[in-house]
Structures are given as C-alpha cells and as structure tokens.
Ligand binder design. Structure first.
Ligand SMILES: Nc1nc2c(ncn2[C@@H]2O[C@H](COP(=O)(O)OP(=O)(O)O)[C@@H](O)[C@H]2O)c(=O)[nH]1
Ligand SMILES: [Mg+2]
Length: 441
C-alpha cells in the first residue's frame, strides 16, 4: 500500500530540494502536485483542502523562503503536516491494570476482518503478558464461531463460545466466567452486515451497554477507501468508537482511508492489519507511516523488525560491509535466512529508504530462496567471498551440486550484484535523509 503516493512524493521532493532558492511559484507548483497526488490516492477532498492550505501558508512564511535550505524546510513542513494528518503520535489501547478485567468490543461490517483481528489482538495482548479471552458473539455469519475457535487455537488464546443464538446471553456468561477465572482482558467478536443497518447497530448498542467496553474498536477494510472513512463516521456517531483497526494494509490500495480517517472521525487508527496471519497486526505509528509515504523509508520499523533477528552489532557490521564493499555471498546467504525469518521480503524492502515503490511484486515472486540457498551452499568458501572468480566451469559445477541450472546460478550472481548496488544506494540515501531531516533519524 501507499507505493504510488510515495513515488509521487519522492519525485516532487527531488525537484524542490535541489533548488538553492525557492519562489512562491515553486511552492504553488509543488503543492498543486501534492494535491493531485493526495486526491489520486483517494484522500477525502476536505482533508486535502485543509492539508494544502495549511502547507501553503506555512511554506510561504519567511522561514522557508529566506532559509538557507528552503527545499529541506519545505519537505519538513510537508512531513510534519502528514504526521499530524495521520494522528500525531501512536495511540495505545486504554486498558486497565492486570487486576481488573478490561473489555474490548470489536465492530465493523462483514468481511472487514473482525474475526481475524480479534484473534490477532488476542495474540498481540498475550505477547504483552495479558491473560486474554476471546468471545464468539457473531451468531449470524455461518461458521463464524468455528472460525474464531480455530484462530484461537492457532494463537493459543481461550475462545468462549456457546451453542446459543443470543449474543447478549453469551456475552453475560463470558463476562462472569472471565471474572471468575481471573482473565484480565476480554475481546468480543461481533456480527457484521454487508451494509450498515439498524439491526446490527441495535445489537451492538445492546452489547455495548451490557459489557461496558474500555475500547470499542472499529475494524475497517483499507481496500474500500473512502467507504471505510464513511463507515467509521457512522459507527462513531451511533455507538461511539475509541479507535480503528485498519485491515488489509498489505493490499494494493491507494491509502486514502489511512490519510483521511483521523481528520474526518477524530478517532485514531490504533492498529493496521498487514497480513492474513495471526501475527499480521502492527501498532500504527503516524510518524513512521508519514516517512514511508514521503519516500524517506520507514527506518524505525525496519530497524525494530530487524532487531528481532539481527542484533545491533551484526547490523552495524552489515552496514560497514556494505559501505566498504566487502559484502559477500556468504553475507547474502545469512541475510536470506534472516529475511525468511522476518517474513515478506517485499514488506522489508519497502521500508528501506530509497526503495519504496521500486520493488515490484514480480521481481520478488521469482525469488526462490530455497534454490538460492542451495546454490550458495554448493560454493566453496573462496567463491562465496569473491564471486568474481565464478566462471563458466565453476558455474556448471555449482549448478550440478545444487541441483539447479547454470542459468539459475548466473541469475543469482546477477541478482547478488544488483542487490549490492541497491543496498549501497540505500545506505547512501539513508545518510542523505538524515541530513535532510536535520538528524531526525
Ligand atoms: N491480506 C489481509 N487479509 C485480511 C486482513 N484481515 C483480514 N483479512 C482477510 O479478510 C477476510 C475476512 O476476514 P474476517 O475476519 O472473516 O472478517 P469479518 O467478517 O469481519 O469477521 C478473510 O479472508 C481474512 O483472512 C489483513 O490485514 N490483510
Ligand atoms: Mg467474523
């Protein structure tokens, strides 16, 4: 998601930041381009207008036009505005301490990802040390109860369910059991409809009055764009929501929903869903998403993710290797294995500064990491350190040894060469971005 927008911003900034001085006309032009890009990304029209006016006003102030680095100043203004648009700072769940039961009510249309998000949230909270119970209160959609039971099993979180058609009774029983068994968090999955209708809202209202949630989270599908924003507005007016889980953020949508939600509903996005899997839930960080949109790369997320598998020393080491051009096939193999642990390579690469929007799906689909691993394992130590010595004879020996073809070996070597280049560029960009943002990274 957001690739296209990110590409446009990168282009706009490239033009502006190269200038030694900036005129009002330059600002007008850049802002006009920004406006088009936001509209194209399906951002709410009123939100775009407000964003654009505020940016122009600030950018035309003395500070920018007279500053030593007007381009950078301008980029910074847009960046800060974007962060504000996305909700300023990250919003944690407001839950009670572990001695009292905290209640989370999930709401949303059918297919938005409620049940999946309920399980994801269970997994997320369990990892934080909470004792969580999930409750299956969607009794309308066939097999919804079963779906939650299965997901609960997958993530190792208790699921409360009953063979019963009255969600209120189930909720009541679940609450008393949770209290009795000293759970500290209870999450209610609820019924959705294809569209907003009175009976769904009525049921939700009754449930809300019964369970008195600490958090009422609207689950909205990012793929529906502006519709997700309208839905959030209606749910908020009718039942009062405390935050949004924006699902399917991994999809190929234009991002308008993410950028409009906060301004239109005044409710924060608290999480984004980034895959179908139970661990595919991320805390929403406005600052990081803004940087990603503006093509500055989501360095913090990248570093955090990487730290789960690479410790800091290793990562410094790697950067040094890249800078000194001593990155070898052996390092590549190590990276490959780590990447596999980290999940989608595309997600990861998208976060690399300078690579946002440059990695196409096809490029990565062809990545057959198993073969690559086998090929590198068939190389001698010397070959791994210096790939330049791998001529035709060595290539066919490696191909035979790894059960692949010479073409595949050559392809890998080419790819390796290219990634060295790309990564070197990324390191350079990162340094440039740091300079540009006055050391914000
Ligand atoms: N790619 C992706 N798929 C998701 C995400 N969240 C949910 N889904 C999928 O969306 C579909 C509907 O989800 P479900 O939880 O059953 O929706 P519900 O009707 O609101 O309970 C399922 O196929 C999920 O796997 C997400 O963040 N990313
Ligand atoms: Mg469901």
């Amino acid at each position: 998601m957001l690739e296209k927008l990110s590409r446009t911003f990168t282009d706009i900034f490239k033009t502006v930041s190269g200038k030694a001085s900036i005129t009002e006309k330059n600002i007008d032009d850049a802002v006009e381009q920004i406006k088009m890009a936001l509209l194209e990304a399906d951002v709410n029209l009123r939100v775009v207008r407000r964003f654009v006016n505020a940016t122009i006003e600030e950018a035309k102030g003395e500070k920018v036009l007279r500053s030593v680095q007007p381009g950078q100043q301008f980029v910074k203004i847009v960046h800060d505005r974007m962060v504000a648009l996305l909700g300023d700072s990250k919003q944690d769940l407001q839950l009670k301490g572990p001695d009292t039961l905290s209640v989370i009510l999930m709401a949303g249309l059918q297919g938005s990802g409620k049940t999946t998000s309920t399980a994801k949230l269970g997994y997320h909270l369990k990892a934080k040390g909470r004792k969580v119970m999930l409750v299956a209160c969607d009794l309308v959609r066939p097999a919804a109860v079963q779906q939650l039971i299965l997901l609960g099993e997958q993530v190792g979180v208790t699921v409360y369910h009953e063979n019963n058609t009255d969600p209120l009774r189930i909720a009541k029983n679940a609450l008393s059991l949770a209290k009795k068994e000293l759970y500290d968090t209870i999450v209610f999955d609820t019924t959705g409809r294809m569209q907003i209708d009175d009976s769904m809202m009525g049921e939700l209202e009754q449930l809300r009055n019964l369970v008195r949630p600490d958090e009422t989270l609207l689950v909205a599908d990012a793929m529906t764009g502006q519709a997700a924003v309208d839905i959030a507005k209606v749910f908020n007016e009718r039942i009062g929501i405390s935050g949004v889980i924006l699902t399917k953020f991994d999809s190929d949508t234009r991002g308008g929903a993410a950028l409009s939600l906060k301004s239109v509903t005044d409710r924060p996005i608290k999480f984004i869903g980034v895959s179908e899997k139970p661990d595919g839930l991320e805390v929403f960080h406005p600052e990081r998403i803004a940087s990603r949109i503006l093509g500055m790369g989501d360095i913090v997320s990248l570093v955090e993710k990487a730290q789960e598998v690479i410790d800091e020393e290793e990562s410094v080491e790697l950067e040094k290797k890249l800078a000194n051009q001593t990155f070898t096939l052996q390092d590549y193999l190590d990276q490959l294995r780590r990447m596999k642990k980290m999940g989608s390579m595309k997600n990861l690469l998208e976060m690399m500064p300078g690579l946002a929007g440059q990695v196409s799906e096809e490029q990565l689909d062809s990545v057959d990491t198993k073969h690559e691993e086998a090929i590198i394992l068939s190389m001698t130590k010397k070959e791994r350190v210096n790939y330049l010595i791998i001529g035709p004879t060595r290539r066919s020996r490696i191909a035979r040894g790894s059960g692949t073809s010479v073409a595949e070996v050559s392809r890998l070597l080419k790819k390796f060469e290219k990634s060295c280049l790309m990564m070197k560029k990324a390191v350079k960009n990162k340094k440039m971005a740091a300079k540009m943002m006055g050391g914000a990274f």
